[in-house]
Design a protein around this ligand. Structure first.
Ligand code: MG
Length: 280
């Protein structure tokens, strides 16, 4: 694996197509590292793990994180996220816990040292049954990942930074970390991303470089809109400057969720260029 420079530019991309083809396409964007998202219906068998491991080695590509998404998740609006995402929905907790364990094992087979996911909206009330159940699930995932030599990172954005930090401390596991996504703070209207980054700084192991605009104030429950890097409200210049200031040196993984694949590739390529410029 090649040595990664401080603030190496990476890409958040998804499994589901042949591994070698996927890694080559991502490398074609001008990066040598990234994070791999795994949808809930993507097989996590030994054959898939072997083909990914071979593709990463052949292409000299470093995977810093494997990200879990789960069957049944829907990001349409805030109430839908609340109802469907992460560890919050009671009906899918057992199945998603099992799936996260499987992802940890699968990541280990690929040599990946960090797993991550959205756990959903954590309630602020520490006595709420959902709070207690999710805290227990996060502890179980941390312990499972620790046995696999991995950290477990929580994706930011669905709650204000101080709520996430309180929860983080309450979970109290040495291998718990944060995957910081500045755009999510804006899309969910949970606070200024640069201030949030300062609050969470000691625990951030990975970041998404994503951009977006605030939700409309007159539509309750609506989410903001994602934009290509540099065109939203994050302020990529101050984001990168803040990463440098807090001493963050791990990769900046460009995330762009847009249905059209070619547009997604174009937007990411533009993001790679922007981050290379800002990193210099
Ligand atoms: Mg993200």
């Amino acid at each position: 694996m090649p040595a990664l420079k401080p603030l190496e530019v990476g890409v958040m991309f998804w499994a589901g197509r042949p591994a070698l083809e996927t890694v080559r396409e991502v490398k074609g964007l001008g990066v040598i590292c990234g994070q791999l998202g795994v949808a809930g219906n993507t097989p996590l068998d030994l054959a898939t793990a072997a083909s990914w491991k071979a593709a990463l080695e052949q292409e000299d590509f470093t995977l810093v994180t494997v990200f879990a998404a789960y069957n049944g998740e829907d990001y349409a609006d805030a109430p839908t996220v609340q109802r469907t995402v992460g560890f919050i929905p009671p009906a899918t907790r057992a199945e998603r816990l099992k799936r996260t364990f499987e992802l940890s094992d699968w990541g280990k087979a690929l040599g990946v040292k960090s797993i991550a996911c959205h756990i959903g909206f954590v309630p602020e009330d520490h006595t709420h049954p959902d709070y207690l159940a999710v805290r227990e699930m996060v502890r179980l995932v941390c312990d499972y990942a620790a046995a696999n030599g991995q950290t477990f990172a929580l994706e930011t954005g669905q709650e204000p930074a101080h709520v996430l930090l309180d929860f983080f401390k309450d979970v109290n596991r040495a291998n718990l970390r944060i995957n910081f996504d500045p755009a999510n703070m804006i899309l969910y209207g949970t606070g200024d991303p640069i201030e949030a980054l300062q609050v969470l700084a000691p625990h951030v192991i990975s970041v998404h470089a994503k951009d977006g605009k605030w939700p409309p104030k007159d539509v309750p429950g609506s989410l903001g809109t994602e934009y290509p890097l540099g065109q939203g409200d994050v302020g990529m210049e101050r984001f990168v400057a803040k990463l440098k200031e807090i001493g963050y040196t791990n990769p900046m993984n460009i995330e762009r969720e847009v249905p059209d694949h070619q547009q997604r590739l174009r937007d990411i390529a533009g993001g790679v260029e922007l981050l290379h410029r800002l990193r210099a």
